[in-house]
Write a new protein. Structure first.
Lengths: 400, 288
């Protein structure tokens, strides 16, 4: 009996070594062995960590802990793909993390509740919006310190740095305005009022209307010549000339527009209107609305794929992705991802063939193959995945 | 007349300092110039958009709350909500303006509108689409509805009126404009009963008033509040929104929708919505 047990134990040990070796083999491939710019970076809000996914095999290759209750909101790779820059909303910090080693290089104190940010093209500076104290922290990414904290915003939500790195556009969600900052000095250059004020006829406005829903994001055209700012309350998109810093056109779109998403070729801006479940299509050459598409509810993002020939509109309310042909603006299909899922944001791979979509409430990322529109699930990526980014994405990255 | 957040630009501060120094040199100034951008914005809004005539110079030495207290009772400061959920900030959280709905049998339906929010039109459309079979008679309960979005009230009225129907004569500081229905869909055909009471106000009165003016709805209940002013919402500073009276609405012919408020076509107190309208088998839907 004892001999049998021993034999079994030896066998089990051998089997375990065999499988262990295989796993070890996979583990020995360092993150440095991958093309960093093509990796999918998933930010997990509740597990306070980052998950790195290999887009070739759709496997998780690394988890990077960021510290308890950091509750990161947005993460992206810096210009060379070596450093992750992250807003740690839960701890009022901005983090700079080495992607290969997973070490936190710098922890920088910011204002309250930092969420969205953008960085200069050289990766030297980042501008992060502190939602709860309505300030903007200017971060020296190289030295890992806050250079200044700019005041005068109202829930600064969206950031876009010009391609030449000279100016940054900041939209306030708590007001109907876009501010222009000098990216070098951090000085406020201009404030642009967008849309007409909303009108109310109410005996007790404090019950339901004690907030403003302003501008989610100033989205730049591909050449940076114009910024498109959608104002939720006003139901308009203002087109800002970034040379003169003035509004050159205001277009009426649908109800409660979310924000503009520019196509990879720079030709289109798509604006989901959550108030009436439509998507407005703006031709950036003529600066006119050329189509209004029926879409889903609670739209949280738009990704382009296959060279911009298809657009994927994420509907959190329907747990669905609406797919449009960008030549005809026809609906190609609707991808039912699941039931009662909270679909968040997504990133398109560098070759434009796949989309990685975060689904917060079931801790998953869904991979959409744009060629076949087949969907597969990567489970257990972390708790409450909030967003995905890919540095070399074939469709502009975004957050919400 | 856009509301612009005027920045506290550096040269303003410099000018302020110079003026203060001049004031001191000239013989002392009991009220040094203010650098409160919220107050400056308030005064600018009053000058440019306030519906009523007011001596702005007499307000300049007062604090923001004191100024607001001197204006009409519908102008007020409202504290900005803090600690909003991320979903609410981003507009994903349902507003829930339709707080009750039920089928009453005989093709009749009932729903309650608690307020006019940003998504009330969509909420109402969705609620109506949930009735099966489709309704031919509808009671909308506006009791205790104190109003809300001015635009949404008009959009809701458009649901039941044909394209081009006059909705309201809107009057602001500088002009009067007759607003027309721009709804392109065919108007809904349900026979309408609107329940009102003494706490039905503002946008709810506009919605009810427009539909009655077009003989499109019967008003049942008790006389309404009679608030016909419209406020524009301006971000004054980090803490407060200003609701400033900048307009008022009248019936399309320039008369008031009711003095002081709307009077019901039929008095009613109770909660038996089914008793308010006959089943559809007995009547035909009205032709608008």
């Amino acid at each position: 009996m004892l001999r049998r047990v021993l034999t079994l134990s030896i066998l089990l040990a051998l089997v375990s070594v065999t499988f262990g070796s295989a796993r070890l083999s996979a583990d020995t491939k360092s993150v440095a062995d991958y093309d960093l710019k093509t990796l999918a970076i998933v930010v997990n809000r509740d597990s306070s960590d980052i998950t790195v996914i290999d887009p070739v095999t759709d496997t998780i290759i690394k988890r990077i802990p960021l510290g308890e209750y950091t509750n990161a909101h947005m993460a992206m790779l810096n210009h060379d793909g070596k450093k992750l820059i992250i807003s740690a909303t839960g701890r009022d910090r901005f983090l700079i993390v080495d992607l290969v080693t997973g070490q936190v290089d710098h922890t920088i104190v910011t204002g309250k509740a930092p969420e969205h940010f953008d960085a200069t093209p050289d990766g030297r500076r980042a501008f992060v919006g502190n939602m709860e104290d309505s300030t903007v922290s200017v971060i020296d990414v190289h030295d890992g310190r806050e250079l200044q904290r700019v005041t005068g915003f109202y829930s600064p939500h969206g950031f876009s740095v010009l391609p030449d790195g000279s100016k940054v556009y900041v939209s306030s969600l708590g007001a109907h305005e876009v501010a222009v900052l000098d990216a070098t000095s951090g000085r406020m250059l201009k404030r642009l009022a967008v849309g007409d004020v909303s009108r109310v006829a109410a005996r007790d406005p404090q019950r339901y209307l004690s907030e403003i829903k302003g501008i989610v994001n100033p989205t730049l055209t591909k050449d940076g010549a114009f910024a498109y700012a959608a104002d939720s309350d006003a139901g308009v998109v203002a087109i800002i000339d970034t040379k003169a810093d003035k509004i050159v056109k205001t277009l009426k779109v649908g109800e409660q527009p979310w924000r503009a998403y520019n196509s990879p070729d720079g030709r289109w801006m798509l604006i989901p209107n959550n108030g009436d479940s439509t998507v407005s299509v703006i031709d950036t050459t003529s600066q006119k609305i050329v189509a209004q598409l029926n879409a889903g509810t609670e739209m949280t993002g738009i990704n382009y794929a296959l060279g911009g020939s298809k657009a994927y509109v994420i509907s959190r309310g329907d747990s669905m992705v609406y797919v449009y042909d960008m030549k005809t603006f026809g609906l190609v299909t609707r991808l039912k991802i699941g039931t009662n899922l909270a679909l968040e944001t997504a990133a398109t791979t560098a070759d434009g063939t796949k989309i990685y979509l975060a689904s917060s409430t079931n801790d998953s990322v869904y991979v959409i193959d744009a060629r076949t529109d087949q969907v597969k699930q990567i489970a257990d990526v972390g708790r409450y995945p909030w967003g995905v980014s890919i540095l070399a994405a074939a469709s502009p990255n975004y957050c919400h | 007349m856009p509301a612009v957040m005027r920045p506290a630009r550096p040269y303003h501060m410099g000018l302020g300092v110079v003026l203060t120094l001049l004031g001191v040199l000239v013989g002392g100034c009991p009220h040094p110039p203010t650098h409160d951008p919220g107050k400056a914005e308030l005064l600018r809004q009053i000058r440019e958009a306030y519906l009523f005539d007011v001596d702005v110079a007499s307000l300049e030495l007062l604090s923001v709350p004191e100024i607001v207290a001197r204006l009409d009772p519908d102008t007020r400061l409202v504290e900005v909500r803090r600690r909003m959920s991320p979903d609410f900030i981003r507009g994903f959280e349902p507003e829930g303006s339709v707080t009750a709905m039920r089928a009453l049998g005989g093709g009749r339906g009932y729903l309650r509108l608690a307020f006019f929010g940003r998504r009330t039109l969509e909420d109402l459309r969705k609620a109506l689409s949930d009735f099966f079979p489709p309704l031919c008679a509808l009671t909308i309960d506006l009791r205790d509805n104190s109003g809300g979005s001015f635009a949404q009230a008009l959009r809701l009225a458009e649901l039941f009126l044909p394209l081009g129907a006059p909705l309201t004569l809107y009057e602001d500081r500088q002009s009067r404009a007759l607003l027309y229905s721009t709804g392109t869909a065919a108007p809904r055909q349900e026979r309408l009963t609107l329940l009102i009471n003494a706490r039905t106000a503002s946008s709810a009165e506009l919605f009810a008033g427009v539909l009655r003016w077009h003989h499109r709805a019967e008003l049942v209940g008790a006389p309404t509040t009679g608030k016909r002013t419209v406020q524009q919402v301006v971000r004054l500073d980090q803490a407060y929104l200003l609701f400033l009276t900048t307009g008022r609405f009248l019936a399309p012919d320039g008369s008031s929708f009711g003095v002081p408020g709307l009077t019901p076509d039929r008095a009613y107190e109770g909660d038996d919505a089914a008793s308010l309208m006959a089943p559809c088998a007995d009547t035909r839907p009205p032709v608008p």
